[in-house]
Design a protein around this ligand. Structure first.
Ligand code: ADP
Ligand code: MG
Length: 318
């Protein structure tokens, strides 16, 4: 099978076929119609085997996740995702792998209304780069550098479940198979909060998606906005399985530092909190207030009256 038959068989028609795509896969570049938007949000992410997913991950989940991490960046910016390109490096041609990978990728693309419009296919160590392009609605983009002193800090969903799922692959956890399955689903099939973020954006000052862990990601907001953050660890939302597996005294480490949750962390002015919560309820989105933006610099975790110091370090490639 040649490079071209791989493209033809698996990637020439993938995702929602959008009517703002003028020329998709098959020419030297894709052409898109941007006439109904003022600004675009553009981002790229690479997934490497053994780094971003364990070697045991099935290709469907790899396909799903390599798109999900990009959709999550769109959610962080409150952008409406539209188009994606895919640069795929494969060690060998493996029809079954390609079929499953493209199925996972495609299922999520359909779900989020994005179309694959181009890419590149090469041979080498398995690596998947996805570029995503979204448009910014009139309400404007969300950014990391707009947190204000006095804002409340919120997160969506539960934190730490994906990291716990990863842990369950190497350690025996005191959980049922169904519970473990649910954690692995969080790890392998994240559902980025794209529509939710678009709906909530007008109440939010600063936002980021939680990919490297709350501690690291919230710190990016604080640094960019030149403010400090105070978070009460007891208010950080964790699941029942999480509570069961993580015991005193470092029971919050995984929720604060574990990656791969793809939830959102954002700050909200006091005046907007009620409106935000009303909207979140309509969306059936769990939004939890975990702390406050203060003057100064850096992130402090409190456990009641005592400072909580995280033992686990956030992931860093270098
Ligand atoms: P060129 O040599 O002109 O760069 P390629 O041979 O790399 O073109 O690609 C041919 C066409 O197939 C292009 O439209 C390109 O965007 C598309 N393409 C290549 N690989 C992929 C892929 N993995 N997913 C989607 N489209 C792809
Ligand atoms: Mg090329």
């Amino acid at each position: 099978m040649s490079e071209f038959s791989i493209i033809e068989n698996f990637f020439s028609v993938l995702g929602k076929q959008r009517n703002d795509v003028i020329k998709s896969v098959g020419d030297d570049a894709a052409l898109v119609d941007t006439s109904n938007t003022q600004s675009l949000a553009i981002s790229v992410d690479t997934l490497i085997e053994g780094v971003h997913f364990p070697e045991s991950t099935n290709p469907y989940d790899i396909g799903w996740k390599s798109l999900a991490v990009n959709l999550s960046d769109m959610a962080a910016m409150a952008a409406e995702p539209r188009w994606i390109t895919l640069a795929l490096t494969l060690p060998k041609k493996d029809d079954n792998w390609l079929l499953e990978f493209s199925r996972g990728f495609s299922d999520l693309a359909e779900l989020y209304n994005v179309q694959l419009i181009g890419g590149d296919t090469t041979r080498g160590t398995l690596s998947i780069s996805v570029q995503i392009i979204g448009s910014i609605p009139e309400t404007g983009a969300l950014r990391r550098d707009q947190a204000q002193v006095g804002d409340s800090i919120y997160v969506t969903g539960f934190l730490g479940d994906a990291a716990l799922g990863l842990k369950s692959l190497h350690e025996t956890l005191p959980l049922s198979d169904t519970e473990k399955q649910k954690l692995l689903e969080k790890l392998n099939r994240p559902r980025p909060k794209v529509t939710e973020s678009l709906k909530l954006a007008s109440y939010i000052n600063a936002a980021i998606d939680i990919s490297d862990g709350l501690s690291a990601d919230l710190s990016h907001i604080l640094k960019a906005s030149q403010v400090a953050g105070l978070v009460d660890v007891n208010s950080v939302p964790v699941s029942r399985s999480y509570r069961w597996c993580n015991q005193f005294p470092q029971s919050f480490d995984l929720a604060l530092c574990g990656g791969d949750d793809y939830e959102l962390c954002f700050t909200v002015a006091k005046d907007n909190e009620e409106k935000l919560m009303t909207e979140a309820e309509k969306l059936a989105l769990r939004c939890t207030k975990i702390g406050e933006i203060t003057e100064g610099a850096g992130l402090t975790f409190m456990n009641g009256k005592n400072e909580y110091s995280v033992q686990q370090k956030a992931f860093d490639h270098f």
